[in-house]
Write a protein that binds this ligand. Sequence first.
Ligand SMILES: *[C@@H]1O[C@H](CO)[C@@H](O)[C@H](O)[C@H]1NC(C)=O
Ligand SMILES: *[C@@H]1O[C@H](CO)[C@@H](O)[C@H](O)[C@H]1NC(C)=O
Ligand SMILES: *[C@@H]1O[C@H](CO)[C@@H](O)[C@H](O)[C@H]1NC(C)=O
Ligand SMILES: *[C@@H]1O[C@H](CO)[C@@H](O)[C@H](O)[C@H]1NC(C)=O
Ligand SMILES: CC(=O)N[C@H]1CO[C@H](CO)[C@@H](O)[C@@H]1O
Length: 482
Amino acid sequence: MARFGHMQWLTSWLAVVNLLFSLSSSTEIERRASWPNGPLVTSGRWITDATGATVTYVGVNWPGSLETMIPEGLQYQSIETLVSKIKSLGMNAIRLTYATEMIDQYYDNGEKDVTMQKAFVDVLGQDDGMAVYNKVIANNPSFGAETTRLQVYDAIATECAKQEIYVHLDNHVSKAGWCCSPLDGNSWWGDTFFDVKNWTRGLSFMAEHGKTWTSLTSMSLRNELRISVTNSQLANSYNWEDWYKYVQQGADAIHSANSDVLIFLSGLDSDKNLTAVVQGSALEPGTDTFNRDNFQGYGDDKLVLELHAYDNIFGTPVSSCSVIKDKLFNTGFQTLTNSAANQFPLVVTEFGFPQNESTATDSYASCLLDYFPSQHTGWMIWTLGGSYYIREGTQDRDEEWGLLSHDWSSWRSPGFTNGILSTAVNSSMAPISDDDGDDDDDGNGNESTDEPSSASFLSQSRPGLILTMGVLGIYDFFYGAY
Ligand SMILES: *[C@@H]1O[C@H](CO)[C@@H](O)[C@H](O)[C@H]1NC(C)=O
Ligand SMILES: *[C@@H]1O[C@H](CO)[C@@H](O)[C@H](O)[C@H]1NC(C)=O
Ligand SMILES: *[C@@H]1O[C@H](CO)[C@@H](O)[C@H](O)[C@H]1NC(C)=O
Ligand SMILES: *[C@@H]1O[C@H](CO)[C@@H](O)[C@H](O)[C@H]1NC(C)=O
Ligand SMILES: CC(=O)N[C@H]1CO[C@H](CO)[C@@H](O)[C@@H]1O
């Protein structure tokens, strides 16, 4: 009897305390929290930040893995201007690419990174290299003769933090250059330039280095794994079983150096096929299946899948939108649904098309840019810039697929950028809400998969929820049941 009275008193007291705590702690967290509210984590098919809010990457590729190993475009614009252009589209992320060779050279050079000036001269020659270098420092006056390539990456990461743009750091190639032919020696572990130890060393190095970047929220293992045509011995290794072995090594290399970042896994067939992971089928020729426990301490909340969508290249005729969507579903997007054996967040880290007047009405472009937001998947278009310092032997080579013009100053296809691209950005960035009443937010006919209402519930009230659970836990500890 006395105990019952005591419990009643305690219950009301706890209710009041909990209310006060959750009010004050929400404001406290509101006040203390600052972008990017990291580290980001995954929960089922969602990426969330530390406040519990859902994060959808919406962004653009920014290559830095061609021969100079310096992020492109800086001979034409400042980093601040370029990040502002990305921001002006309403995007929130960049996929910044680098080559393992940059880290190899760091070690070959007595653990010192090569200067930007030397990199330009080595690759473009004395006169052209110096001319480009001088333009870069004219646009970016904080740089000078001592500035190293990694310091250029640092400056981009710093500007991204300032403008609240997430940096996804992508290991694009081993030997720097244009990617990704099956002949380039970069295709698969063990290929001419794709040394496994150099690769894991490079991943660890960048993961460690990136700890100083507020904006760094994720890293990839490797861009576009593919069969090697020049190295026939590797044919026996190009399979899911070897993929799984190497992917664990790479993921461990990143996670042990930097446990905060999300780790993106890319599949086979130039990152166009993730079926064995999504469906949990045998990792052939072996019989094991994908198991999060093999990624110790982070398999449950740090892994994200990435997919590329390129039905418009290599002479592939573009099919109808429904055929394209079915293919994307079967090769990766299924991971966003309950029908997947393994649910993960998914980011389409590359897709793109030539930018010209007709892009604004291109049916492939509108198919993808309608599908991605409808699935609440992340996406990053190839590519930001309109030219390369050097690509495949041509200096100042034009990039027809660049959102920006040759000199990175204006949109190449304003009709596209301000039209279907902007619409897709806006709808991907809109708060996720289940307002169609059918509980099937991704529109794929699988209603139970979708949980945006709980995601937004968590984002609103997680501090209160945690405290409620904590206080009830203490209550439970002392008094048994309630
Ligand atoms: C691995 O890195 C070393 C430098 O530490 C470099 O000399 C070597 O060429 C690299 N291996 C490959 C296959 O690129
Ligand atoms: C994806 O790979 C699997 C083997 O893992 C294969 O059976 C399937 O046909 C591939 N899908 C496509 C669309 O290439
Ligand atoms: C735009 O690009 C597409 C795809 O490469 C091409 O077929 C078309 O001719 C181009 N249009 C113009 C006006 O240049
Ligand atoms: C997207 O949102 C921005 C900011 O609200 C707005 O300026 C722009 O017009 C929108 N784009 C489209 C295509 O509605
Ligand atoms: C359209 C779609 O994705 N449908 C899938 C819903 O989930 C069931 C299994 O639960 C699949 O068989 C369907 O293909």
